[in-house]
Design a protein around this ligand. Structure first.
Ligand code: FES
Ligand code: FES
Length: 153
């Protein structure tokens, strides 16, 4: 059975009919075509699906869409685009910290939440902050450098 819900995503209201067991990740990708948020594991282990919920990073594969009602959801589409990249995206590009890119949207969202709450983190704090975002390609060194670079400005 589907129920009607309203979701606030990137400052816009969306009306969708969803089964109560459908995850926020699935609704973003399948119902709203917000496919910048990636599905890496669908089980809370990789961080590829990270979005911000009321400013805090969450794994959208672990959140039911019905539980996102009344929250402010921010996805990668809400913080930067090709025309104007977010400073974190710019820094990742500048540092060559993107390879396949599958982890990148989730990583950007986590880094944004980290820098919003702690604008000048130590390297250890950056590494701890992104620990839930798995990247099989980069080895993290350039990723950490890029986030530290943003924090210096
Ligand atoms: S897809 Fe959600 S944590 Fe991997
Ligand atoms: S760049 Fe490939 S998983 Fe991170």
């Amino acid at each position: 059975m589907k129920i009607p819900i309203s979701l606030q995503i990137n400052g816009e209201m969306y009306q969708v009919q969803v089964p109560v067991q459908k995850t926020l990740l699935a609704v973003l990708r399948e119902d709203l075509a917000l496919t910048g948020t990636k599905n890496g594991c669908d089980s809370g282990e990789c961080g590829a699906c990270t979005v911000l919920m009321d400013g805090r990073p969450v794994n959208s594969c672990l959140i039911l869409a019905v539980d996102a009602v009344g929250k402010q959801i921010t996805t990668i589409e809400g913080i930067g685009g090709i025309a104007e990249l977010d400073p974190i995206q710019e820094a990742l590009v500048a540092h060559g910290a993107i390879q396949c890119g599958y982890c990148t949207p989730g990583l950007v969202m986590t880094a944004k939440a980290l820098l919003d709450s702690n604008p000048h983190p130590t390297e250890t704090e950056v590494r701890e902050g992104i620990a839930g975002n798995l990247c099989r390609c980069t080895g993290y060194v350039k990723v950490v450098e890029a986030i530290m670079d943003v924090s210096r400005h």
